[in-house]
Write a protein that binds this ligand. Structure first.
Ligand code: AMP
Ligand code: MG
Length: 537
């Protein structure tokens, strides 16, 4: 039933009613022991204005357009008015940051309002990111700037429309307050406009949620957290009635599977998370915590958008599958304290590797229009990645337009060189480099690809359909997000809405919207916010 008034949202706060709360009510920074969360209210903001909302998420929650454009909506999702049945809280968790144990982290600026039932009767936690200080704020101010909030809002929705598991974003609200940040951490702090994003997910539980009590030897709390997660988020596992140890093993195996599938998806679309710390990995296998993420432009497996990680490039594109497995290992080490049965967890970690490998192979052969993997494909796939690395190549455009490369001329004749290369011309950042060996290499690979396509036996129309369903035309290119931010900071959020609309149908050709599919322009190559991002947000 549509909601007429935000106070009519149906809350069913499972987490706060099932797990131990921090007994201390005062909102000051501290170590919180023996509790899963602290009750804390959002800090009201100066002048909340809704800059954008997601029609799909609103609809899922039963919120109509009238309600979303109301003054009250901005008040509630900016954090100035707390709904009567909300039970706001900040969750406690820890994490390994850049490979080192960081101790207690927790929601330092995100405050959940509680769990509401969506139109399908499923629980959705509404969480305001940038809603003010909490007991977990450490040295932070609890706020978020507009630029990082635009990025989180747009990318959450873009990811969902790509069909990739993610936390969602209901809305983006400007607060009217200023927030001081030093964008590149180089001694130039400046005031920036503040904002709040309302994130929505069945659960915001992270790997680090389990690591913290485990690191403290608090097995009672750890067990409560695992049992709650099994009940609330993995009911099919808890309903089995199997012994607890078996449920934990089945649960961990499923987390490994979901996470492997998620990383295959990221690799497909060229998404680089940027900060794959264990506090930023979701127990549900959702993409979570959009910070200094980026989208691969030219195909460079060593690329990371995160300047904070420039030294070791721990979280570079090509390292994501391995580093995520390392994070799963940390989760296994945290929960094994409860079962003392490492073997099934070890087996699940190994299965992660196998699942990722086979998923990546199936995904890649699908993207290439081959209709399923075959022995012998590896050499051709290696050749593809060598080709993508031989000259700066936009991987989104390359794969998308590959579907438009002719595989055979009339009556089975060979396709001419120019006809083979023509559909791909937009993919090359330096067209003048596509000569000599590079050009010969491209032609030779394309001819082999065409022969393999023919062996795959898919009819052209079906092949095009399948390739287009895996190779998006539109992704949230780094420079496009920055353009939307520049305009929003200047007071005009229209490009945020327009981008959101384009990204609703990433796999469709959208005539008249070619500009949103264009490769990165030269001005964006070294621009802060496009190719270089920090954790400052
Ligand atoms: P992130 O790098 O965004 O995953 O954040 C790591 C930790 O720092 C989390 O505990 C965040 O809640 C916290 N944090 C990040 N920014 C702020 C901020 N402005 N104020 C308070 N805590 C923050
Ligand atoms: Mg985080």
């Amino acid at each position: 039933m549509p909601v007429g008034d935000l106070d009519e949202l149906t809350f069913d706060n499972r987490l706060t009613s099932s797990l131990p709360a921090d007994p201390e009510a005062d909102n000051h920074v501290r170590q919180v022991h023996g509790a899963a969360f602290s009750r804390v209210r959002p800090t009201p903001v100066a002048r909340p204005v809704t800059l954008a909302w997601s029609a799909e998420v609103a609809e899922q929650l039963g919120l109509g357009p009238g309600l979303c454009s109301s003054e009250d909506f901005a008040q509630v999702f900016g954090g100035s008015r707390v709904l009567a049945r909300a039970e706001p809280f900040a969750a406690s968790y820890g994490g390994h940051q850049f490979g080192s144990w960081a101790g207690q982290l927790g929601d330092g600026r995100a405050i959940a309002l509680g769990e509401v039932l969506d139109r399908d009767g499923r629980h959705q936690t509404l969480q305001l990111k940038g809603a003010g200080p909490t007991p977990y704020s450490r040295a932070g101010d609890g706020r978020a700037v507009l630029r990082s909030s635009v990025r989180e809002f747009l990318c959450s929705e873009a990811m969902a429309h790509l069909g990739i598991p993610t936390t969602r974003a209901l809305c983006l609200v400007a607060t009217g307050d200023e927030v001081v940040r030093d964008v590149l951490y180089d001694g130039h702090p400046r005031p920036e406009p503040g904002a709040v994003v309302c994130r929505v997910a069945p659960s915001f539980t992270r790997f680090g949620t389990f690591e913290l009590p485990s690191s403290r030897g608090d097995l009672a709390l750890l067990r409560q957290l695992v049992e709650f997660t099994l009940r609330a988020d993995f009911p099919h596992v808890s309903a089995s009635g199997a012994p607890f140890e078996e449920q934990v093993a089945a649960w961990f195996a499923e987390v490994c599977d979901r996470t492997a599938d998620l990383v295959v998806d990221w690799m497909r679309v060229g998404f680089v998370h940027g900060v794959l710390n264990t506090d930023n990995l979701s127990i549900l296998g959702l993409t979570i915590d959009y910070g200094p993420y980026g989208w691969l432009e030219d195909f460079d497996p060593a690329w990371t958008p995160n300047t904070t990680d420039a030294g070791t490039r721990r979280y570079r594109y090509g390292a994501q599958p391995q580093v995520v497995q390392w994070n799963l290992l940390q989760l296994a080490q945290a929960v094994v304290a409860l079962t003392e049965q490492p073997e099934p967890l070890q087996a699940a970690l190994e299965a992660y590797g196998a699942r990722y490998q086979s998923g990546f192979r199936a995904m890649t052969t699908g993207r290439l229009g081959w209709g399923g993997p075959r022995p012998g494909d590896e050499a051709l796939i290696d050749g593809l990645f060598a080709l993508l690395g031989s000259t700066e190549t936009d991987q989104v455009l390359f794969f998308r337009d590959l579907a438009r490369v002719p595989v055979a001329g009339g009556a089975g004749a060979e396709v001419g060189d120019d006809a083979l290369l023509e559909p791909l011309r937009e993919a090359w950042y330096q067209p003048h480099e596509v000569v000599g060996e590079v050009r010969e290499g491209a032609l030779s690979w394309l001819r082999s690809w065409g022969r393999r396509v023919a062996e795959g036996g898919l009819a052209d129309a079906e092949r095009l359909r399948r390739m287009d369903s895996l190779n998006p035309r539109f992704v949230l290119r780094n420079y496009l997000a920055q353009e939307a931010i520049d305009k929003a900071e200047a007071g005009d959020p229209a490009l945020v809405a327009e981008l959101l609309d384009v990204l609703r149908r990433p796999y469709d050709e959208q005539p008249g919207r070619d500009r949103f599919a264009a490769r990165r322009p030269e001005w964006a190559r070294h621009r802060v916010g496009c190719s270089m991002l920090s954790c400052s947000s």
